[in-house]
Design a protein around this ligand. Structure first.
Ligand code: ADP
Ligand code: MG
Length: 296
C-alpha cells in the first residue's frame, strides 16, 4: 500500500531507463537513469519500503521528500534558471511502486567530494576557495529557507562533472530539519568527525552546518580532519577537548587569512561563529580573487 500521502506515478520503468549504480545509502541504492520522454539523465535514489517499515523510517523519508520539494521549488524557477548559490541536488519527480519509493534527482557525474579528497589528498587555497564558496552559498540559501542540513560532509557533497575543477552540489537531505529562528534541537544527529560540540551537548541550531563546513575547509587544506580517534567516543572526546592545531605541519604553508576564516567557522561559542554570509564576505575569498589565485 502507498506510503506517500500524495499521488505519484507508479511505473519507474515506463518513465525512465534505469542504468548503472552510482552509490549506496542507508535505505537503498542510487542509480543513473534517463528520462524516456526527454532523454535527460538523472540519478534515482530507490528507498526500500520494507526497510522503511522495519526501521520506523517512514517519517524520516517523508521529511526528506518534503524538504527537498521545498528547496527544489525555490531553486527551480519556471524559466529553468537556477538562481546563483543554489548548489543543491534538485528533486525532479517521486515515483512510488509496490516495493520502493524512487526519488529522481539531479545527476552528479563526478561522484563524491570524499573520493576526490582521497585522490588529491590536499587542495590549493584557490581550489579550496572555489569549493567552499559553493558550499557556503548553498548553506546560506538553505538557512534562509529555514532548513538546516545536519550532515554536511564530503560524502554528501557531489561533484557535478568529472573535471578536476568541478563545482559541487549538496545532497542527502535525510537528516535535514526545518527550523524557525532561535529554535533549538537536542537529538544527536550527524557524522562524528563533522559534529559540532553543541550537538554533543544536546542543544543546537543551524550553526552546526557552519561548524561542519569549517571541518571540511580544514580537511581540504591539510588533508586531515582536526578531530580524530579510533572510536566514535574518542572522536567526541577530541571535539569536546577542542584542541585545534592550526600552527604546525601543513599549516605553516597556509595563508594566515585562510587560518583566520577556519577559526571563525570552528568557534565553539555559536554566537561568535560566523554565518554563511559573514564567511562569504571574508577577505580569504576577496583576496584570492584579487591576486588571481597566484599568491598561495
Ligand atoms: P543516504 O541518505 O542513504 O546516505 P545519499 O543520498 O547520500 O543516501 O546517497 C548515497 C550515495 O549515492 C552518495 O553518497 C553518492 O555516492 C550517491 N549519490 C546520491 N545522489 C547522487 C546524485 N544525485 N548523483 C550521483 N550520485 C549520487
Ligand atoms: Mg549520504
Amino acid at each position: 500500500k502507498p506510503i506517500l500521502p500524495f499521488p505519484t506515478p507508479s511505473d519507474l520503468d515506463a518513465l525512465y531507463e534505469v542504468g548503472s549504480e552510482l552509490g549506496r545509502g542507508q535505505f537503498g541504492v542510487v542509480r543513473k537513469c534517463n528520462s524516456r520522454v526527454t532523454g535527460e539523465p538523472f540519478a534515482c535514489k530507490s528507498i526500500s519500503k520494507l526497510h522503511l517499515y522495519m526501521t520506523d523510517g517512514i517519517e524520516v523519508v517523508l521529511r526528506e521528500i518534503s524538504i527537498m520539494t521545498r528547496i527544489s521549488n525555490h531553486a527551480h524557477r519556471p524559466d529553468n534558471q537556477t538562481p546563483q548559490g543554489c548548489n543543491v541536488v534538485i528533486l525532479h519527480e517521486v515515483v512510488e511502486d509496490n516495493t520502493f519509493i524512487h526519488l529522481v534527482i539531479d545527476l552528479c557525474n563526478g561522484g563524491e567530494l570524499f573520493d576526490q579528497i582521497a585522490r588529491k589528498q590536499r587542495y590549493s587555497e584557490a581550489q579550496a576557495a572555489k569549493l567552499m564558496k559553493n558550499l557556503l552559498e548553498t548553506l546560506q540559501f538553505c538557512h534562509s529557507l529555514g532548513i538546516m542540513h545536519r550532515d554536511v560532509k564530503p560524502e554528501n557533497l557531489l561533484l557535478v562533472d568529472d573535471s578536476d575543477d568541478s563545482s559541487i552540489k549538496l545532497a542527502d537531505f535525510g537528516l535535514a530539519l526545518e527550523f524557525s529562528p532561535g529554535q533549538k534541537f537536542s537529538d544527536m544527529a550527524g557524522t562524528a568527525c563533522y559534529m559540532a560540540p553543541e550537538v554533543l551537548e544536546g542543544e543546537y541550531s543551524e550553526e552546526v552546518d557552519m561548524w561542519s563546513a569549517g571541518i571540511i575547509m580544514y580537511v581540504l587544506l591539510s588533508g586531515m580532519p582536526p578531530f580524530w580517534g579510533d572510536t566514535e567516543e574518542d572522536i567526541f572526546n577530541a571535539i569536546r577537548e577542542g584542541q585545534l592545531d592550526l600552527s604546525s605541519g601543513r599549516w605553516l604553508t597556509i595563508s594566515p587569512i585562510a587560518i583566520d576564516l577556519i577559526s571563525l567557522m570552528l568557534r565553539v561559542d555559536v554566537t561568535s561563529r560566523c554565518t554563511p554570509a559573514q564567511a562569504l564576505g571574508h577577505p580569504w575569498f576577496t583576496c584570492l580573487t584579487a591576486t588571481r589565485n597566484k599568491l598561495y
